[in-house]
Design a protein around this ligand. Structure first.
Ligand SMILES: *[C@@H]1O[C@H](CO)[C@@H](O)[C@H](O)[C@H]1NC(C)=O
Ligand SMILES: *[C@@H]1O[C@H](CO)[C@@H](O)[C@H](O)[C@H]1NC(C)=O
Ligand SMILES: *[C@@H]1O[C@H](CO)[C@@H](O)[C@H](O)[C@H]1NC(C)=O
Ligand SMILES: *[C@@H]1O[C@H](CO)[C@@H](O)[C@H](O)[C@H]1NC(C)=O
Ligand SMILES: *[C@@H]1O[C@H](CO)[C@@H](O)[C@H](O)[C@H]1NC(C)=O
Ligand SMILES: *[C@@H]1O[C@H](CO)[C@@H](O)[C@H](O)[C@H]1NC(C)=O
Ligand SMILES: *[C@@H]1O[C@H](CO)[C@@H](O)[C@H](O)[C@H]1NC(C)=O
Ligand SMILES: *[C@@H]1O[C@H](CO)[C@@H](O)[C@H](O)[C@H]1NC(C)=O
Ligand SMILES: *[C@@H]1O[C@H](CO)[C@@H](O)[C@H](O)[C@H]1NC(C)=O
Ligand SMILES: *[C@@H]1O[C@H](CO)[C@@H](O)[C@H](O)[C@H]1NC(C)=O
Ligand SMILES: *[C@@H]1O[C@H](CO)[C@@H](O)[C@H](O)[C@H]1NC(C)=O
Ligand SMILES: *[C@@H]1O[C@H](CO)[C@@H](O)[C@H](O)[C@H]1NC(C)=O
Length: 546
């Protein structure tokens, strides 16, 4: 005869099972529930994978990394078949982990389970495309959370499979060397570097492998050597990737702080330092980090899913990050909402590390202030960048001065490197933006309240300053023919060596003369130098809120 539920409860057996879930705050639970109810809809139990939810939407295939994140959600929820599904997911994903230790992607996981074999005749190894070296870091750190928080829910066989997977993952990750074989993993690639460091340190301790702990400690020190220059991430103020760095550091703080591991010893302090400056850059009125941004996936955080927004939601509530009622699936980069259950599971511990000042700065605007700091991301940076950000209630101006070896910052991408960002609140409450689209390897930027001066020290007569200007909100002018048409902000060119009249074009979703950026359409305002000018290119602005 089967024992009754009451009998089990009486012995505390069932409650022990339930108690294995991590305690979530009301905010974290809301984040968790919204993400899980979305993911439940795209989970395919026959495949034991989530469907591939990414832009452009794929016709049919499933996706690996998000499925592992979802499995954390399943284990946390632990209703019905949740644990059974999580077990199938883990066996499948680890089953397809690369097993040939001679290939560069050894220990890595598939991008999607239907993909052809990487390295086969039809499917050449193409780093960050046909295989993604960061998937070791993302999936490896997720496996650590699963082992630590939910290991007891899993059969011993699956627990051991996780350790074996992490072993190969960690060995494969040692193959990554910045500048070799197309890889760009230097210590300045903060989020990816930290995930590798944490995975190697944890796995080395768990498996008693001193090669791994030694590597983890060395990588931690390499990270700290950069971080401690001014207590900033080299991958500075990225609304997506600062969130990933905090994720990796939280794992170190939670599971490694009582060990000798260098990252475990330092994680809490680094988390606090990151939030110290991020909370000064956060404008709660705008629900945006003021610029400058390294590697951003858009120009207004209200309109795309950034991982930092998920952290802030878990800490203080959704209304502080997204006040639109539109479903999250209508935002760009919505696939990053698949990480939300993982953020939720870590968030209460994470919050316990933060001083009260950080939480209060996130909640309500602390008053006009200027942040100044530095960050250094070699080999792209020849010298540290100087950050100056003026933050006021309804207008922010944030810049960095840089001297780099490439155009577009560390990731050589002008669509995501935003070294000069102006944001303001428009009538009706939406956010306007006027951001430099970088085209040079060096910039001098000077900021004062309501003022911005930009100079290209290495530029010449062929240089131009291109700005990405937000379309006006619905109900305001649809056409921009000059600064007088911009909603909510008076922009004046008050000096500089450029022709003060810009060429204006539209980079639209279905028309115009140039391409959208990260699914944001915008007006392109380009200022050129007068023909045959021998001046150093510069432009000076004054801004007035209307
Ligand atoms: C492993 O990869 C190496 C290098 O590509 C290749 O020569 C070897 O045949 C592979 N081994 C197996 C078992 O596939
Ligand atoms: C780990 O790699 C070894 C080869 O080095 C392979 O035999 C084994 O199957 C791999 N384990 C997993 C879980 O992929
Ligand atoms: C870990 O390795 C060290 C050095 O090889 C050894 O002395 C120690 O007994 C090992 N500990 C465990 C738990 O295996
Ligand atoms: C540690 O690294 C050395 C040198 O590469 C190697 O000989 C040894 O087998 C490694 N130890 C483990 C446990 O992998
Ligand atoms: C960063 O550097 C600036 C200028 O050197 C200094 O004033 C400031 O105290 C530094 N901040 C931190 C957190 O180290
Ligand atoms: C900012 O805008 C709000 C209305 O959106 C207004 O009440 C407030 O006075 C403005 N603050 C400043 C400093 O301009
Ligand atoms: C940053 O500021 C320092 C001190 O003013 C200056 O020497 C350095 O050239 C600046 N760096 C850049 C990239 O502008
Ligand atoms: C940028 O750095 C390079 C290499 O250190 C140096 O030669 C050059 O003078 C710097 N340029 C500017 C504009 O500071
Ligand atoms: C910008 O340049 C003008 C003209 O040189 C100068 O008067 C102003 O102070 C500068 N503003 C900033 C913020 O450096
Ligand atoms: C201006 O700079 C560009 C880019 O560095 C260079 O290709 C071009 O030759 C320069 N033109 C003049 C006239 O110096
Ligand atoms: C902006 O417009 C200019 C022409 O005025 C064009 O050369 C440039 O490629 C455009 N840039 C972007 C990012 O759309
Ligand atoms: C620029 O210089 C070229 C060659 O020196 C000359 O042909 C041209 O007329 C000049 N253009 C202007 C606008 O002065």
């Amino acid at each position: 005869m089967l024992p009754s539920v009451n009998w089990i409860l009486g012995l505390g057996l069932l409650s022990a099972n339930v108690a294995r879930s991590v305690e979530l705050s009301e905010h974290a639970q809301a984040l968790f529930d919204q993400s899980m109810s979305f993911q439940d809809q795209i989970y395919d139990p026959e495949a034991s994978y989530l469907r591939y939810f990414y832009y452009p939407l794929a016709a049919g295939p499933h996706e690996t990394r998000s499925t592992v994140w979802y499995s954390i959600g399943l284990l946390q929820r632990n209703h019905g078949d949740d644990v059974k599904e999580a077990v199938k997911i883990l066996e499948n994903v680890i089953g397809d982990q690369e097993k040939n230790s001679s290939v560069q992607w050894y220990g890595d996981y598939t991008v999607y389970p239907e993909q052809p074999t990487v390295g086969s005749a039809a499917y050449a190894p193409d780093i960050y495309n046909s295989w993604d070296p960061n998937w070791r870091g993302f999936i490896g750190t997720a496996l650590i959370i699963i082992y630590e928080e939910f290991g007891n829910l899993l059969p011993t066989k699956v627990q051991n499979l996780i350790l074996e997977s992490l072993h190969n993952n960690t060995v494969g990750d040692t193959y990554r060397v910045g500048g070799v074989d197309g890889d760009n993993l230097y210590p300045a690639y903060s989020n990816a570097w930290l995930m590798r460091t944490v995975a190697s340190s944890w796995t080395g301790l768990k498996l008693n492998d001193s090669n791994m702990t030694t590597s983890g400690d060395k990588w931690a020190q390499d990270f700290l050597d950069l971080f401690d220059l001014n207590n900033t991430l080299s991958e500075f103020n990225g609304p997506t990737y600062a969130g990933v760095s905090l994720y990796a550091l939280t794992i170190a703080a939670k599971y490694l702080s009582s060990t000798e591991s260098v990252i475990g010893q330092n994680a809490q302090r680094v988390i606090q330092d990151i939030w110290d400056y991020e909370s000064l850059l956060w404008n709660p009125n705008m629900r945006n980090f003021a610029g400058p941004w390294d590697r951003s996936y858009g120009y207004d955080m209200n309109k795309y899913v950034a991982i930092m927004s998920e952290w802030i939601w878990a800490l203080i509530g959704k209304e502080h990050v997204w006040h639109y009622s539109s479903p999250i699936g209508t935002m760009t980069h919505a696939d990053d909402f698949e990480l939300a259950p993982v953020i939720a599971v870590l968030s209460e511990f994470h919050k316990s590390l933060l001083p009260k000042t950080v939480i209060s700065r996130l909640k309500s605007f602390v008053g006009e202030h200027t942040y100044t700091g530095h960050t250094f991301a070699p080999p792209a940076d020849y010298e540290p960048r100087n950050i100056t950000t003026w933050v006021s209630a309804n207008l922010t101006i944030g810049t960095d001065s840089f001297n780099q070896s490439v155009v577009g910052g560390y990731s050589e991408d002008s669509t995501s490197f935003s070294p000069s960002v102006v944001q303001w609140i428009r009538p009706g409450g939406s956010i306007g933006y006027f951001n430099l689209h970088p085209s040079e390897t060096a910039l001098k930027a000077d900021v004062a309240p309501y003022a911005l001066n930009l100079t290209y020290p290495l530029g010449n007569e062929t240089s131009s300053f291109t700005f990405v200007l937000a379309s006006n909100p619905l109900g305001s002018k649809r056409d921009i023919t000059g600064f007088e048409d911009v909603d909510g902000l008076k922009i004046d060119v008050v000096g500089g060596t450029v022709d003060p009249v810009p060429e204006i074009s539209f980079c639209g979703l279905v028309g115009g003369t140039c391409s959208i950026v990260h699914n944001f359409e915008f007006w392109n305002l380009t200022f050129s130098m007068p023909a045959n000018s021998s001046d150093v290119p510069s432009i000076q602005f004054k801004f007035t809120l209307e």
